[in-house]
Design a binder for this molecule. Structure first.
Ligand code: NAP
Length: 244
């Protein structure tokens, strides 16, 4: 699909992988609706950078776990942009802990943001894509959702759920010209991973390519999946070889 001139929603685009993805799509000519949860200044910076690339961009504060807030945000975006052809479900959080001690609210919150958030956004944008007779949905999963990760039962479950959601939506919407794929990053340098110790860390030394990835590495994969007309239901790992 030609990306230039399309309208894209990127959730969690105020920082990290979401911001890099918004800028990558903007550099290819897409207009960008930036969804963020609280960091207004960072969202405004993403918007400014997108506009600097010559496209239209606007920020929307919205908790993706809320059915009502996502419905309202998508309605606003439709009013401002007219249509939506691209959705990148990137917003995500971690609340790590060992399973025996994990609080119920930490399990629920991670599932609500990471999995239900993607569901909410797809449900609210699917009708717009059906009207456009084309659409590209990319969900950000994780290698934790493929391999599991000790201390991340909630996060791994949410990201494995995103993979099931991706494949079901891909099957359901394929005949309507809408593709749905996922990207599964490994360890990427963002705020989410800034507390991972770099020295003598078995997690990092297990990366075959020998170093963490950059947000732009994930953004490249998202842009590739958005541009493809014949890939759907795929889970593309961007992990330096961890989960091969
Ligand atoms: P990050 O730097 O922590 O940024 C998280 C983004 O999500 C921010 O823009 C934040 O908005 C937004 N967000 C958080 N909760 C939200 C909510 N309830 N509603 C709307 N937006 C919300 O994270 P990241 O590392 O870029 O990760 C992005 C995605 O990649 C996540 O889904 C994550 O699970 C996944 N991932 C990351 C890695 C990694 O190594 N970094 C690896 C695998 C998968 P505010 O700025 O307003 O708080």
């Amino acid at each position: 699909m030609q990306i230039s001139g399309r309208n894209a929603i990127v959730t969690g685009a105020s920082r990290g992988i979401g911001r890099a993805t918004a800028l990558r799509l903007a550099s290819l000519g897409a207009n960008i609706a930036v969804i963020y949860s609280g960091n207004e200044a960072a969202a405004a910076e993403t918007v400014e950078k997108c506009i600097g690339l010559g496209v239209k961009a606007k920020a929307y504060r919205c908790d993706v776990s809320s059915a009502e807030e996502t419905k309202n945000a998508v309605q606003e975006i439709r009013k401002d942009f007219g249509s939506v052809e691209i959705l990148v479900n990137n917003a995500g959080i971690t609340k790590d802990g060992l399973i025996a001690f994990m609080k119920e609210e930490d399990f629920d919150r991670v599932i609500d943001v990471n999995l239900k958030g993607a569901f909410n956004m797809i449900r609210n944008t699917a009708a717009l894509m059906l009207r456009s007779k084309c659409g590209r949905i990319v969900n950000i999963s994780s290698v934790s959702g493929i391999m599991g990760n000790a201390g991340q039962a909630n996060y791994s479950a949410s990201k494995a759920g995103v993979i099931g959601l991706t494949k079901s939506v891909a099957r359901e919407l394929a005949s309507k010209g809408i593709t749905c794929n996922a990207v599964a990053p490994g360890f990427i340098e963002t705020d989410m991973t800034r507390d991972i110790p770099a020295e003598d860390n078995p997690l990092l030394s297990s990366i075959p390519l020998g170093h963490m990835g950059k947000a732009e590495d994930v953004a490249d994969a998202v842009a590739f999946l958005v541009s493809s007309d014949y890939i759907t239901g795929e889970i593309l790992k961007v992990d330096g070889g961890i989960a091969m």
